[in-house]
Each structure stands twice: as structure tokens, then as C-alpha cells.
Write a protein that binds this ligand. Sequence first.
Ligand code: FAD
Length: 401
Amino acid sequence: MEQESIYKNIAVIGTGASGGFVSILLSKNPYNKVTAFDTREPFSTLLPTGGGRCNITYDEDNIKDFVKNYPRGEKFLLSVFSKFDKNKTIQLFKELGINTYVQNDKRVFPTSNSAQETVKRLKKHLITQNFTLKKEKVLSLKKKNNKYTITTDKGNYIFDYVIISTGGNKSGYNLAQEMGHSISPLRPSLCSFNIREKYLYELTGVTLKDVKATIKLKNKKNITCTGDILFTHKSVTGPLIFKISSVSAYEDFDEKKTMEISLSITECTYEDIEKDIKSNSKKAVKNIFYNYAPKNFILKIMQINNINKDKQAAQLTKKEKEILINSLLNLKLHAEKRIKDSEIVTAGGIKLDEINSKTMESKINKGLYFTGEILDIDGFTGGFNLQNCWSTAYICSLNFN
Ligand SMILES: Cc1cc2nc3c(=O)[nH]c(=O)nc-3n(C[C@H](O)[C@H](O)[C@H](O)COP(=O)(O)OP(=O)(O)OC[C@H]3O[C@@H](n4cnc5c(N)ncnc54)[C@H](O)[C@@H]3O)c2cc1C
């Protein structure tokens, strides 16, 4: 009986990125008894990340710049990252046997380039005497006399401490609500869009690179983002669209009331392009415009505007010139719908003013903690969402050292 009291009896609900990570860190201390609940294998949510390569984090040293990549959670994470940032993450991954490298675009990947290998290595650290995995779904959470009772599909368990790491899953938000927490409205983020301009779907596989997009949000100034856009047979997608979907996560739009996105495909000015056309008057128009955008895109713009694709620059009418130049500088897309189930993360979650950013402990219930995506935190693509998981998990683990 006396011996029991020296152990910290901790439950972790969910063994995805943050729940799995906090379990590893907690299990290192022989005085912690860690029981994790998940019907899935630990870290299996990492398998599809980074296109199967697992984009662990992003190589930006300045924390103030790093947190700008989170439309929700920026201030909270400033405190979190001041204790455990991407450098400390990379170091800890190294200690766990996972070396990393930085790609040209600053995204950080394991040197194995394999999410599967990464998961395999992480899972090895869970094979300790003080870690138990229960392949059970948690159905409810109750607190009585400073003890937590977890009810699963298989039984009841009592713990002194509970960490909820259930990501964007509905059941985790229900557990938090049972414990008196409030949830910021949940919305899909990092998702693809249906657009009104269906002719662009015919450009399946075409990517427009380094495009500048401007969107006007309700009651807000214009927001500008840059990145690549990819056309598929039924949507627009790619890093720029993901960014737009993230900053506009709370915007309502549909077929009738679309969200307008203005694209600038080149950094050249109207005058630059006009000059180019003038000084190449004997050239085919398409050949001039191929310098500014992919061939298929230019041909499609010419086709839908009934401009002969073999026209010489000298024959271009004023109106046609305007159409072509504006398709490079101010192409309008009208987002009609977010594509169902295309989201990578959930915006919204446990309200951050109910959580202590220095400990991840609930301000409502002592001994209850939250890590990862269940919090009202979400970032752009690039490794930011996993960094939230690693850092909040690490900070949570410090309570049990
Ligand atoms: C296709 C895809 C690619 C991505 N690529 C990247 C990337 O490269 N880089 C990046 O930074 N982010 C990426 N993300 C986002 C990132 O994977 C998530 O933000 C991250 O996994 C969230 O971690 P988490 O621990 O909060 O939740 P999760 O990893 O989602 O884990 C939650 C776990 O809780 C379990 N669970 C839920 N409810 C219960 C319950 N009631 N009882 C028991 N268990 C429960 C689930 O089974 C799950 O295993 C990607 C996401 C997707 C979908």
C-alpha cells in the first residue's frame, strides 16, 4: 500500500503524435505508471504525414517568426516554445534515435525519409515496464475526490492524473466538455476547395508556382498569402490553398455566396508585360506568355476567352491584351465549398484561456492535462502542427519528472 503511493498513476487518452510522445517521456521516469488508451497502434496517425515522410518541424530559429505560422494559438505557443522549441525537438529526436535533415524549403524530415521508420523507432521507446497500452476506446471521464474514473468500452479505471491527447476526434472534445471545458467552434483547416471556375479543373496536374493570393475576410482587411496552387480534376489544392483555407477557416461561403480569391501569378507589373508584348510584336502571343505561366494554363485562358492560340502579338486587340495580362495579375477564383474530408487539421478546440501554457494543466481541474491538436491551436503546413504536438507533450511531461 505504502509502495503504491510513491508512483504517479497517469492515464494518457490517445497515442497519436502528442499522446505517444508524452507517453515516451513519462515512461522514462520509473516512478510514473503510464496507462495509454487507444484502439489504434501508437503513432499510427504519423504514417500519412508529410506524404509518408513525416514533416517533423520547420527550420526557423526565431520563435516570434515561428509562431506567425499559427492562425490560432500564436500567443499561447510563444510561451510553450520558449521552453521547448524546434531546436530542442530536433535534439530530443536525435536522442530517441531519429536523425533529421532540413529540406530547401526549411521543412524538417527524418533522414530515413520514412514515416513508417520513424513510427517504428518511436514505438520502441514505449516498451518499458511502466507503460501499458489498453486498446480501448474511452467513453467517459469523471472526477470524484481528486481521482479520475475512465470508462472505456471494456471497463472502468481510476487514475490520479489524466492527459487528453485525442487530436481532432469528436470523442475527445466530449470528454473535455464532461470536465467542464469549453470548445471553440470546430472547423476544417488545411483543406481543398471547389471553385466556380470549373474550366480550371481541366488543368489537372498543373501547378502555378509562387503565386500571391489576396482574400478579403468578413470585417477584416485583405489577407495576402503566397505559395503554390495545384489543379485537380475537381478541386484546387496545394500549399497556397491550404494556407488560404487556414486563414479563412471561420469564413462562411457556398455556391451562392462565394469567397473571392485574387491571384497574382507573376511579380511583373502590367507595364512590364505590356512592354514585353510590344517589343515582341512578331512573336506568337502564347510564346510571350509562356514566360509568365505554365503552357497549359496560358492555352486554357486563351481558349475560354476565344483568343486564337496562334495569334501574333501585333494582332492582339486591346481587350484581349487586358484579359491575358489580368489573368496573370488578377485572376479571380470563387471558392464555393471546402472539399469534404480533405482537411489535414481541425481549427478550434479546447479554449486556451482554460489551460496553463506553462504546464498544459487545466485551470478547471487539477491533475487534468491536454496536449496537441485537441487544443484551440492549428498551423499552416510545413511541420507546424506536429511541432505543437511535440512541444505541448514535452511541457506536460515536465510535471511528472
Ligand atoms: C494526411 C495528413 C498529413 C499530415 N502531415 C503533417 C505533417 O507532415 N506535418 C505536420 O506538422 N502535421 C501534419 N499533419 C497534422 C498532424 O498529423 C496532426 O496535427 C497530429 O497528428 C495531431 O496529433 P495529436 O496527438 O493531437 O492527435 P492524433 O495524432 O490525431 O492522435 C489522436 C489519437 O487519439 C485516439 N483517440 C481519439 N479518441 C479516442 C478515445 N475516445 N479513446 C481512445 N483513443 C482515442 C485516436 O485513435 C488517435 O490515435 C497531417 C495530417 C494529416 C491528416
